[in-house]
Design a protein. Structure first.
Ligand SMILES: NC(=O)c1ccc[n+]([C@@H]2O[C@H](COP(=O)([O-])OP(=O)(O)OC[C@H]3O[C@@H](n4cnc5c(N)ncnc54)[C@H](OP(=O)(O)O)[C@@H]3O)[C@@H](O)[C@H]2O)c1
Length: 330
């Protein structure tokens, strides 16, 4: 089968697209013919070596998948040949990556794809959708009527947080780096979308939320708590989930006197049960047409190196050339 993989970490040119042996499913695994995969910033950090991970080469890239089941191991209980499925959280802890024509995935990590949802849409929401759900429901426990702020409302995580927070009844403030992206954020349901390059963000937040923001979801890799803590409400919660090198100062005084809480998480730590619970809500909301994955573009898997280059430029060098997910098709 064709797969996109690396034999050593380094720049996108390290990515090879060539033949590797097809995987054989274990008794609890499904063999899946992959129809779509996507790129996440974590793929860039691991492929480049920015984040040290235990890799066995050839290392197949990719965390997420959508496709059709071709074969099931004798212990698989919930799926059968021909089912359309999606999933995330592969390519870690001994699980193989997804950038291949065929993958073998333990059924714990597999979810049905609703009939009305395409493979491209299912894969585009996978990791960012589960992340958003974990952050909003399990960590921040968002309540109807609360005000939530998230940076980068047209980005991978941001576009999903904006929509899910609205579904859960919050009022949503977000930012974007261009007027076109501000428009995307409004179309996703944001109540207030601010162009962070041309507008003064903090006064706009204060005007919308005079009592402060109940949940501040930080997607930036360099959080600035000196700036953001004063914008929090009494009992405000701050969600942090990016920036492994970040070492910002936390102004404890203004933070504790407002009973605030700091909530960090990484989606890859969530158990299969927690991820499934998120996936079930995601499926429901997608089939109801309430949650629409934000796809920037679709490329052939053979262009995995170009896809990594684009994602790296957009997320790490902050050129913002992408607005949403980059999907690849084998
Ligand atoms: N902890 C976890 O489980 C977890 C899960 C998923 C992702 N992450 C991390 O979360 C981060 C975001 O991921 P992503 O997939 O959403 O990346 P992304 O699609 O590249 O989005 C990044 C967003 O940041 C915005 N942005 C950049 N500079 C900004 C600034 N100065 N002010 C406001 N917004 C700014 C961009 O807005 P414009 O394009 O409009 O400039 C863009 O929307 C990454 O570091 C990723 O590794 C963590």
């Amino acid at each position: 089968m064709k797969a996109a993989y690396i034999n050593q970490t380094g720049p996108p040119e390290m990515i090879q697209f060539a033949d590797l042996p097809e995987p054989k499913p274990t008794p609890t695994q499904c063999l899946i013919k992959v129809a779509a995969v996507d790129v996440n910033p974590i793929d860039i950090y691991i492929r480049s070596g920015m984040v040290q991970a235990k890799l066995s080469f050839p290392w197949i890239l990719g965390r997420d998948f959508a496709g059709t089941i071709m074969e099931v191991g004798p212990g698989v209980k919930r799926f059968k040949v021909g089912d359309r499925v999606w999933g995330s959280n592969q390519g870690a802890d001994g699980r193989s990556g997804t950038f291949a024509e065929f993958i073998a995935v333990d059924e714990r990590w597999v979810y049905y794809t609703p009939q009305s949802v395409t493979d491209e849409e299912a894969v585009a929401i996978s990791l960012v959708g589960i992340t958003s759900h974990l952050g909003l429901v399990r960590s921040a426990r968002v309540k109807s009527g609360e005000i939530l702020f998230v940076n980068g409302g047209s980005g991978g995580v941001g576009s999903s947080v904006v929509q899910m927070a609205k579904i859960l009844g919050a009022r949503v403030i977000t930012t974007a780096g261009s007027d076109a992206k501000v428009e995307i954020c409004r179309n996703l349901g944001a109540d207030l979308a601010i162009n962070y390059k041309s507008q003064d963000v903090d006064p706009a937040i204060k005007q919308f939320a005079p009592e402060g923001v109940n949940i501040w979801w930080e997607t930036l890799r360099e959080p600035n708590f000196e700036r953001t803590v004063p914008l929090l409400s009494l009992r405000g919660r701050m969600v942090v989930m990016a920036g492994r090198d970040a070492r910002p100062q936390l102004p404890i005084g203004p933070f504790y006197v407002k009973d605030c809480a700091l909530l960090g998480f990484a989606m890859f730590n969530a158990s299969p049960r927690e991820q499934r619970s998120a996936a079930e809500d995601i499926n429901l909301w997608m089939s109801e047409g309430k949650l629409k994955p934000r796809i920037d573009r679709v490329l052939p898997l053979a262009q995995a190196a170009e896809a990594h280059r684009l994602q790296e430029e957009s997320t790490v060098r902050k050129t913002g050339i992408l607005a949403g997910k980059l999907v690849l098709k084998p």
